[in-house]
Write a protein of this length. Structure first.
Length: 241
């Protein structure tokens, strides 16, 4: 029987027996904006299952601009390298939309639970695959699609995770997410606003017409969400509301 109490979709997808392996070790925390979830090339000590908010996975190379390569929220978890046996990552992760409530668990306890339950381990590996699909599609989108399309995709992805049409985010932060200069973000938001899909003001983007935003994103959005739905649970699109 699926677990119904957590808001995190991965935890909800667990059997009661598998959730019972984790529950004694889960600690409810609130993660403020820009709180680090893990650092580059350092052991990942804890894993977080977000209940709300959005976290970024970023490429943070010395001397280069920080670029987002993936996101997760209530559908996923931080620290995927832990369940893959890698212990650490060359990337960084932080909260990009806070304050984010989350269940934290030490990596050691999570791995102990995975060793006791092949079903739990398999579910987390399926999520790791779904996240890999998302990051690959982000790279493809950055190489293939124009900025308004990519921005529409990114706003839809945030909308899925936040379950609200109001996204508090500065242009500077959004420029990192889309791998463009801040001036490009400003122009793009103006273009999207003229379509009626969004409203943009200082530090806040409001999705006013999700259907129109989906039309703009086209096939740039939806493949990763469909893969998550195939492997884990309904998520994205109509299922996000």
């Amino acid at each position: 029987m699926a677990v119904s109490s957590p808001r995190n979709l991965l935890l909800r997808a667990l059997s009661r027996a598998d959730y019972a392996l984790l529950e004694p070790h889960l600690k409810l925390v609130t993660l403020p904006l820009e709180a680090p979830l893990f650092q580059p090339n350092e052991p990942i000590e804890s894993v977080y299952f977000l209940e709300d908010g959005v976290a970024s996975i970023v490429s943070d190379q010395e001397g280069a601009r920080r670029v987002e390569i993936g996101i997760h929220g209530r559908e996923g978890m931080s620290g995927v390298p832990v369940v893959l046996g890698a212990k650490q990552s060359p990337h960084a992760s932080m909260i990009q939309v806070g304050d984010a409530p989350a269940h934290s668990i030490t990596s050691e306890r999570l791995l102990e639970a995975c060793a006791q339950s092949p079903a739990l381990n398999q579910l987390l590996l399926r999520y790791a695959h779904a996240l890999n699909v998302q990051t690959a599609l982000t790279a493809a989108a950055n190489a293939t699609y124009e900025l308004p399309v990519r921005c529409a995709r990114w706003l839809l992805m945030c909308n899925d995770r936040l379950q609200t049409n109001r996204i508090e985010l500065t242009h500077e932060f959004l420029s990192m997410m889309l791998a463009v200069r801040r001036s490009g973000v400003t122009v793009t938001l103006h273009e999207l606003q003229e379509t009626g899909a969004i409203r943009s003001s200082r530090g806040v983007i409001t999705i006013s017409d999700r259907t129109r935003l989906e039309e703009i994103a086209g096939d740039c959005y939806g493949q990763a969400e469909a893969e998550y739905q195939r492997l884990i649970a309904p998520f994205g699109g109509a299922h996000s509301r």
